[in-house]
Design a protein around this ligand. Sequence first.
Ligand SMILES: NC(=S)c1ccno1
Length: 249
Amino acid sequence: MRIDVLTLFPDYLAPLELSLIGKARRDGIVDLQVHDLRTWTHDRHRTVDDTPLGGGAGMVMKPEPWAEAFAAVRAVGQETLGADVEPLIVFPNPAGAPFAQATAQEWSQCEWIIFACGRYEGIDERVYEHLADTGYEIALASLGDYVLNGGEVAVLAITEAVVRLVPGVVGNAESLVEESHSDGLLEYPLYTRPASWSDPAGVLREAPQILLSGDHAKIAAWRHEQSVERTRQRRPDLLAEADGSGSSS
Ligand SMILES: NC(=S)c1ccno1
């Protein structure tokens, strides 16, 4: 998988050099390139924004740098991937479609994603029109109904959620199977040794005995019951969705 990130703050993406994502990059599973949008400015002040036409507060990102940046990044990516490969362009945006585990699953199959990090009040609408008219596949994705100062934090989260699902990134693929949202439910409660733990207040806390039984069928059934109950308590909306499909009743 190739990932390109266009941003005014490349250093914001430094955490993607760490941990599993960093290892995936070093192992060659993911080729991730971060680009400074100002590379595609040509004035002394490296201008990327201007006041909103029609008035209003804040600044709007100018279309010219974006158009040049996408053309340049696409050309370089196709040198590596082939002229027939086209990227998915993802704009983190509070007005976008909710990003969920199903989205991460879908995008983990992509050969190439370009993330475009907006800043200020946003990006001139004609950039989206230009990309759509040029035949790019575009997605606006939102992490939630709140506003960040830019797309970079969302790109960190989305990249981790997507890349960890790419084969070979997580050591034990089994650990991806029973996670929250992987089956439409929240994950069951987890326990490890010691089975009996006296907490700092002197309260003895025992792990559920079923987990010590060695009866894998009963353990699996207990875990599913726990997932359903935990989902019912914390995210009844997910159960409603699941009931609609009849998959987790
Ligand atoms: N809610 C999201 S993803 C966002 C991006 C920029 N501001 O908010």
